[in-house]
Ligand binder design. Structure first.
Ligand code: ADP
Ligand code: MG
Length: 228
């Protein structure tokens, strides 16, 4: 059964010179509960825009995004905050960790709107992700790979049904990237969460049994000749 179901989704941006460019035009796209899907797309093809719409951070111009029984595009702001906290885990391209807080605090803050701050649970998840001795470090005191694991812990701590990952290996060297990807896939498998990952890295995309090109589901890309 579909957990995520996108219908007739359209999003355009107004450029600084005033022209309007269609970035997304997706007639239909769905991800089943517990399914792991990779979407391939070059830089500028609309990957982050799509994930931000699914996360309720951006609203589409047209169309619907269902996650389970909830329609995200039409939710009020406060409901979108609750949806994000309770059903969704988002590993941002830039991690978005709060620099003034430790690894543990970043995860705890992520729990406030969700299951509620639970120190033991946050600690055990960080330990599980190999950060047992780094909980009191701030993001700047951590390697990129470690920061990413904090972001992953924050994304997973509320036991989301759907995990979004935006080029999660983009800033990592090959070996760290492989470890990070395995960690994301394994933790989603264990918790039964669906995973939608976007990337342009062939090594990442090859690890998914379902991998689609964004340009194949996005008519806006086809209109631009499949490029961008
Ligand atoms: P990707 O994540 O695949 O690199 P994005 O979703 O970030 O792509 O961006 C898709 C396209 O939309 C790019 O051409 C980008 O320049 C444009 N774009 C993104 N955000 C905005 C914005 N706020 N205003 C205008 N154009 C934008
Ligand atoms: Mg992006």
């Amino acid at each position: 059964m579909a957990l995520l179901e996108i219908r007739d989704l359209r999003k355009s941006y107004r450029s600084p010179d005033g022209t309007v460019t269609a970035v997304l035009d997706i007639p239909a796209f769905a991800v089943d509960a517990g399914e792991q899907v990779a979407l391939e797309g070059q830089s500028g093809s609309g990957k982050t825009t799509l994930l931000n719409i699914i996360a309720g951070i951006l609203t589409p111009d047209e169309g619907t995004v269902h996650v389970g029984d909830q329609e995200i595009a039409g939710l009020a702001e406060s409901q979108r905050d609750l949806y994000r906290a309770n059903r969704l885990g988002y590993v941002f391209q830039t991690f978005n960790l709060l620099q003034g807080y430790t690894a543990l605090e970043n995860v705890l803050l992520g729990m406030m709107f969700g299951v509620g701050a639970d120190r033991e649970r946050a600690r055990s998840l960080l330990a599980q992700l190999g950060l047992g001795d780094r909980m009191d470090y701030r993001p700047r005191q951590l390697s990129i790979g470690q920061q990413q694991r904090v972001a992953l812990a924050r994304a997973l701590v509320n036991q989301p049904e759907l995990v979004l990952a935006d080029e999660p290996t983009g800033n990592l060297d090959r070996n760290t990237a492989r470890d990070a990807l395995t960690l994301i896939q394994d933790t989603c498998t264990e918790s039964g969460a669906a995973l939608l990952l976007v990337s342009h890295d062939p090594a990442v995309l090859g690890e998914f049994s379902r991998c689609e090109r964004l340009s194949d589901v996005n008519r806006a890309a086809m209109a631009q000749g499949g490029a961008a």
